[in-house]
Write a protein that binds this ligand. Sequence first.
Ligand SMILES: Cc1cc2nc3c(=O)[nH]c(=O)nc-3n(C[C@H](O)[C@H](O)[C@H](O)COP(=O)(O)OP(=O)(O)OC[C@H]3O[C@@H](n4cnc5c(N)ncnc54)[C@H](O)[C@@H]3O)c2cc1C
Ligand code: SF4
Ligand code: SF4
Ligand code: SF4
Length: 373
Amino acid sequence: MFAPLIEESLSFLNLKKLVIDSGLCSLCGSCGLICEKIDYKDLPSLKKDISCVVSNGAKTCGTLGCCFDNCPMTSFSKKEYEIAFFGEESSDPDLGFFKKIVSARSTNNEILSRAQNGGTITSLLTYTLSGYLTDPKYTGAIVTRKGEAWNPIPFFASKPEELLLSTGSIYSRLPLSQQIRTLLREKHNLIFVGTGCQTTGVRKYQYNFLNKVPPERAHLFLIGVFCYENFPYPQFKDTIQEKSKVLIDRINKMDINKGKLVITIEDGTVLQYPIKEFNHIVPEACKFCTNFTAEFADISVGSVGADDNWNSLIIRSKEGLELVERAEDDGIIETTTKVSLESIRKNVARKMLLNEKIVTKRREKDFYVPNYY
Ligand SMILES: Cc1cc2nc3c(=O)[nH]c(=O)nc-3n(C[C@H](O)[C@H](O)[C@H](O)COP(=O)(O)OP(=O)(O)OC[C@H]3O[C@@H](n4cnc5c(N)ncnc54)[C@H](O)[C@@H]3O)c2cc1C
Ligand code: SF4
Ligand code: SF4
Ligand code: SF4
């Protein structure tokens, strides 16, 4: 008898069995944020020839494993997180905890011309990296930029001008949260821009694993993007190319707005497709997810609820409010109170309905259903 070369403890196997293999993985990268043994291709897996024996693994691996605990698709107490990060529980089940909701846009024409909507995210990032702010002094931002053929790739920007490379939305998922693992150790004060699942995974990491680290050594400011759904890159690319008969490289901009995917080709042609034509490639994770507004971010930013070329901003934390107020005072962004909360709530309600259907199906199949209480 030979011993197996790769020994897997029950720990990663639980994450694999309950979340990944059952379709709940959103490829957010939060399991790789906690453990260097995890790698990503289409989905998370253990690195080649690496064993997941708990004693060799992350220091505090328990029966289920830190990777399981750090996944946004496993149970946690929303109330405890709200109290830990915002000081209070939310009384708004649709939007989560917030201090203020405004509409905003950049005052910088170059950012406005490249941004997805109002350029508020890029302007706030530029502001924080430009040396105006010293307490805390941010050393960089973890963002997503367009790689070859619209492949989303992680990007670490440490200078304001580098942020022009990460404007615009890419509607494909990537394991971005794992970037924090090595960068935070070196850089100490970072801004992270991500979807609801990514920012929740980062909060889990802060709540469970960074709680004893002094804040000056591990400070994270989170900007969340509203997110109704996000696609696996290969399928998204193939579906777009099949429909448009255009190579994806030739597309300059994509936008999902009012139920349509609108693509602008380099020669200026605009093509539109009902987003429901992409339903077959929406991952079960996104159908299950109800976190449309990235409920645990310091600030959440979207287009729904705002006028064209403006953003809706849900400002949740004290630090988030201070940043927005200072950026407005310094003329970096402008804000108004004109936001349609009803439009934002409608998206949340649609996600809640979809979630109910998925939960029923998963229960019938005896699949894992996390509990957010
Ligand atoms: C996958 C996805 C789905 C979205 N769905 C909705 C929606 O249904 N309704 C809605 O109102 N808004 C949605 N948004 C948000 C919206 O598209 C804009 O990101 C938001 O309004 C901010 O606009 P902006 O002009 O300030 O962004 P910009 O200043 O242009 O900055 C864009 C930021 O988005 C980040 N980003 C780009 N692609 C990704 C990605 N794949 N994953 C994580 N971060 C990324 C970049 O890091 C960059 O910092 C979605 C965004 C994404 C990425
Ligand atoms: S976190 Fe623990 S259980 Fe998960 S892969 Fe790493 S060592 Fe294994
Ligand atoms: S942490 Fe993220 S990438 Fe890892 S299994 Fe969970 S959803 Fe998937
Ligand atoms: S819909 Fe939810 S699970 Fe899917 S990418 Fe967006 S935040 Fe993540």
